[in-house]
Design a protein around this ligand. Structure first.
Ligand SMILES: NC(=O)c1ccc[n+]([C@@H]2O[C@H](COP(=O)([O-])OP(=O)(O)OC[C@H]3O[C@@H](n4cnc5c(N)ncnc54)[C@H](O)[C@@H]3O)[C@@H](O)[C@H]2O)c1
Length: 250
């Protein structure tokens, strides 16, 4: 089912920016938001060809100049930004495991994409949202922001930061009409996790931990993001929405 995005101010289509929209959850989100009637811009390091986005910009979310240029282009094209989905993220290499084993450059790389990236993109989107007096910043965190993933020190830390970043934004911008919420997926079948899920034993190990009995598909997470972006939950801000098939419920 698709729904027209509800804009209480006018019938102008909503404008959504999705980072990391070339693959996985971001790609599904771009498709879903487009189907819901949004005008979508995708920012990604990689080729976002084949998405339903109206605008695709090759952008490294860790680079302030590239981010500023991309957001200027979004505003020049669409005139506004209603929703920012901070989705681009990485887990780090196999070496980025427990604290004392994590190479310093791996730590820095994970924090750069997962923490600095949302900061830079939000910072670049906020002047437009402040001018509008409205906006919604949705950051894709992880259940790793709520519980620790064993042997994933840098990633767990970065997703905890994403949850707190969301709360900080919620508190600081509520009076300006801007909301911030996070989505915390559990295990999702995307290129990020495919190497593990392609191994039947490892897939089974993961799935036995999930009460609903299966890993999520990217569309399951896009659904949650689309619900937040639809403006149907207008009293919700600073919240982290867990979408994990019940994984963290036991
Ligand atoms: N897959 C999962 O199980 C899972 C679970 C919880 C949270 N998440 C989070 O969901 C988000 C999306 O993950 P996914 O599984 O779809 O991964 P993915 O690897 O399929 O997609 C990530 C996208 O981010 C882009 N990207 C990476 N670094 C970038 C940068 N510096 N600048 C711009 N784009 C960049 C990549 O090019 C890619 O298109 C991430 O934040 C991830 O941490 C994923």
């Amino acid at each position: 089912m698709t729904a027209e995005p509800h804009d209480p101010v006018s019938s102008t289509p909503r404008v959504a920016v999705v980072t990391g929209g070339a693959s996985g959850i971001g790609r599904s989100t771009a498709t879903r938001l487009s189907a819901d009637g949004c005008r979508v811009a995708v920012l990604d390091l990689g080729d976002a060809g084949g998405t339903d986005a109206e605008l695709t910009l090759r952008t490294d979310v860790t680079d302030p100049e590239e981010v500023e240029t991309a957001f200027k282009e979004v505003v020049a094209t669409f005139g506004r930004i209603d929703v920012l989905v901070n989705n681009a993220g990485i887990t780090g290499s196999a070496e980025a495991t427990r604290c004392h084993e994590t190479p310093i450059d791996e730590w820095d790389r994970v924090q750069a994409v997962n923490v600095r990236g949302p900061f830079l993109c939000t910072r670049a989107a906020l002047p437009t949202m402040l001018r509008q007096g409205s906006g919604h910043i949705i950051t894709v965190a992880s259940v790793a922001g709520l519980i620790a993933f064993p042997g994933r020190c840098a990633y767990t830390t970065s997703k905890g930061a994403a949850v707190q970043f969301t709360k900080s934004l919620a508190v600081d911008y509520a009076s300006a009409g801007i909301r911030a919420n996070a989505v915390c997926p559990g295990f999702v079948e995307t290129p990020m996790t495919q190497w593990r899920l392609d191994q039947p034993e490892l897939r089974a190990q993961v799935e036995t931990k999930i009460p609903l009995g299966r890993v999520a598909q990217p569309e399951d997470i896009a659904d949650a993001i689309a619900l937040l972006a639809s403006d149907r939950l207008v009293y919700m801000t600073g919240h982290s929405l867990v979408v994990d098939g019940g994984w963290t419920a036991w």
